[in-house]
Design a protein around this ligand. Sequence first.
Ligand SMILES: Cc1cc2nc3c(=O)[nH]c(=O)nc-3n(C[C@H](O)[C@H](O)[C@H](O)COP(=O)(O)OP(=O)(O)OC[C@H]3O[C@@H](n4cnc5c(N)ncnc54)[C@H](O)[C@@H]3O)c2cc1C
Length: 394
Amino acid sequence: MLNSLRTQVGIIGAGPAGLVLSHLLYLHGIDSVVVENRSRQYVEERVRAGVLEQGTADLLVEMGVGERMKREGLLHSGIELRFGGRGHRIDFQDLTGGKGITIYAQHEVLKDLNNARAATGGQVYFEVEDVSVHDIDRPRPKVRYRKDGNSHELDCDFIAGCDGFHGICRPSIPSAVLTEYERVYPFGWLGILAEAPPSSHELIYTYHDRGFALLSMRTPRISRLYLQCKPDEDIAQWSDQKIWQELQLRLAADGWKLTEGLVLQKGVTGMRSFVVEPMQYGRLFLAGDSAHIVPPTGAKGLNLAVADVQILARSLKRFYDTGRRDLLDSYSEVCLRRVWKVQRFSWWMTSMLHRFPDENSFDQRRQLAELDYVTGSRAAATTLAENYVGLPME
Ligand SMILES: Cc1cc2nc3c(=O)[nH]c(=O)nc-3n(C[C@H](O)[C@H](O)[C@H](O)COP(=O)(O)OP(=O)(O)OC[C@H]3O[C@@H](n4cnc5c(N)ncnc54)[C@H](O)[C@@H]3O)c2cc1C
């Protein structure tokens, strides 16, 4: 038997894009249903990003889901770039007129959003199976899925594809309509989550002969650390001791000590830049990782997903308030302007800070000159700072 359900916006995926969109629509008085193939617990424990741009943090507060973030999140007003064994601070607050970033883990943001959705009667269905979209180029598109052995059909005005890079929405658009732009990097990141108080108050991005390293954190007791590695690095070859040794070597600086601790989680992530154009087809709108991927060096993936759905929510509100489709029609164009600027920044940070297998001594000297310039020129430091804290929304 097929159970039918009616909603204004069907949302596929309960990651940052899907849940922020669903709650923004609720605040605009627009009905939505979210379907997610993982369990709520899985989504709320999946360790991913942790840097919120100023605009993302402000939005969460405006949406009424920022209370815990304000209490538990760590406000940072700069980062350190470390090379040649010396640290150089980029002071965001000074360079951007008072802006900064908030360190608050993605899965904590998702817990807050899920709680807010549950408290306001939001319809978010976890552990659904066989999700598919239909009639996306017709006035009443459909989402079909199975839950607890039953088949369901969601009759919608619009569908938001917030289902990440491996989701089903992007492949549902006829391939002739889409153009993909991609760069795969010849390295990955070996990341650990460790029970160790962060050895620095702010993030440290390190350029080193042995490869890039990043010291980051999630809470005052939990550090998040990364090492540049091969894209297909076998994590089994990396004992905890070997990881700490390598981090000690790459992050070393005069008079500074890296505190070690119990490794709680470790894994290897590949690095790619990817954009699909356009981000809409008929009544299906792609948002977040389903439309684009950035290498994590600029800490932008989550923030870009949130920016997309802010634009989408605004466009849907205009449609339901006035019947005008102008903002919906320009959704892809407006998003892509920001997406490409963020792609450029993420590529630039990645290119400046990593060792490339095919590089020569000229490339290395050029990277060091770039770091010297960025940390020595107020104009150059400002371009890094304004991108890192987040470009303004159009
Ligand atoms: C392993 C990993 C580590 C990362 N680490 C960092 C980091 O350290 N720093 C950083 O800045 N960024 C990081 N990112 C990027 C950042 O987390 C993403 O950009 C962000 O999650 C994008 O949000 P989203 O909502 O677009 O997609 P997602 O968070 O991927 O959410 C998509 C959701 O859709 C669901 N879904 C997928 N297919 C279906 C389907 N067929 N039906 C129903 N639901 C479906 C998924 O289960 C998921 O919950 C990382 C990403 C990954 C994958």
